[in-house]
Design a protein around this ligand. Structure first.
Ligand code: F6P
Length: 341
């Protein structure tokens, strides 16, 4: 078979590990050929390809980003987009696609599968919000980066008797905030799944100062105050209808200063959480996903996504990945409240 591989949406550490595993097993064990499509769905849409072979995928395991490039191109928003993809796949002699992505990329893959394109999905996102897989690769690395930042912020916060706020990514899911906040010993963690009371946050800040520690507040970019709205950078939408988040951390710092009289500053971690080398956990998870994805393709098990269930790599219906967002269960969040304040 001749198999196309693409990576779409926001990049994350581990993408290259999947590509390497797919190609390595696909060539050595099954004798398949590979073509890399560049920049997500833009690749098959515009016929942008690059060679994928044992040689071109050597040495990429620890590299962050994606050697294929990525984009948030939505072919269903482009006149004749699907027909162009089908034509280009035929022109390049592609029998099937392995699409590595999050809810948007896999949403497109699901629709293409229904239209007869042979496709296997691989779940990636630092947000960890894809349904029907316990974890996505990229998440562990993002959490580790955030924890390192929190550890560093503790010492400077204490030196200056300040409240320090760490704004992390995650869009509408609080997984990064919750895990990084728990691992970093935050004085409170604010996630999109549970609107927060600013009065309560200020009480936690004050109680932390009383015990002679400086508070660290971890806030997800999509967190919402009880009496306010989600903060967005601007109102422009990307081709999948998402607004750009960020800004809630600065809003919170101002509120804390006004209400408690204590100095408060914000660090927005932003894309630092997505860049650089993957953690060992993500390298292994991404590799196992890649190995299972190429076997699924070899067996012609189309319309499936590889997933982590417990410690097993399994195949689930591709459509189930995007049925709903996998949000933080409130019981899990409530459990962490014992450490707040
Ligand atoms: O979905 C991954 C993610 O990093 C989100 O956490 C964040 O809101 C978004 O992508 C940022 O996207 P972009 O890099 O396109 O600004």
């Amino acid at each position: 078979m001749r198999i196309g591989v693409l990576t779409g949406g926001g990049d994350c550490p581990g993408l290259n590990a999947v590509i390497r595993a797919v190609v390595r097993k696909g060539v050595k064990e099954y004798g398949h050929e590979f073509v890399g499509f560049r920049d997500g769905w833009k690749g098959p849409l515009e016929g942008l390809t690059m060679p994928l072979s044992l040689e071109t995928t050597r040495g990429i395991l620890p590299r962050g980003g994606t050697i294929l490039g990525s984009s948030r191109t939505n072919p269903f928003k482009i006149e004749g987009g699907v027909e162009r993809i089908k034509e280009n796949l035929e022109k390049s002699g592609i029998d099937a696609l392995i699409a590595i992505g999050g809810e948007d990329t896999l949403g497109v893959a699901t629709k293409l599968d229904a239209l007869g394109v042979k496709v296997i999905g691989v779940p990636k996102t630092i947000d960890n919000d894809l349904n029907n897989t316990d974890y996505t690769f990229g998440f562990d690395t993002a959490v580790n980066i955030a924890v390192e930042a929190i550890d560093r912020l503790h010492t400077t916060a204490e030196s200056h008797h300040r409240a320090l706020i760490v704004e992390v990514m995650g869009r509408h899911a609080g997984w990064i905030a919750l895990h990084a906040g728990l691992a970093g010993g935050a004085s409170c963690i604010l996630i999109p799944e549970q609107k927060f009371s600013i009065e309560k946050v200020c009480q936690w800040v004050e109680s932390r100062f009383k015990s002679h520690y400086a508070p660290i507040i971890v806030i997800a970019e999509g967190a919402i105050p009880q009496d306010g709205d989600m903060v967005t950078k601007d109102q422009t939408l990307d081709s999948f209808g998402h607004v750009k988040l960020s800004g809630i951390g600065d809003w919170l710092a101002q509120e804390i200063e006004t209400r408690t009289g204590k100095e408060a500053r914000t660090s927005v971690l932003g894309h630092i959480q997505r860049g650089g080398t993957p953690s060992a956990f993500d390298r292994v998870l991404a590799t196992r996903f890649g190995l299972q994805a190429i076997t699924a393709a070899h067996e012609g098990d189309w319309g499936k996504m590889v997933a982590l269930h417990g410690t097993d790599i399994v195949r689930v219906p591709l459509a189930s990945a995007t049925e709903k967002l996998k949000l933080v269960p409130l019981e899990f969040y409530k459990e962490s409240e014992i450490f707040f304040g």
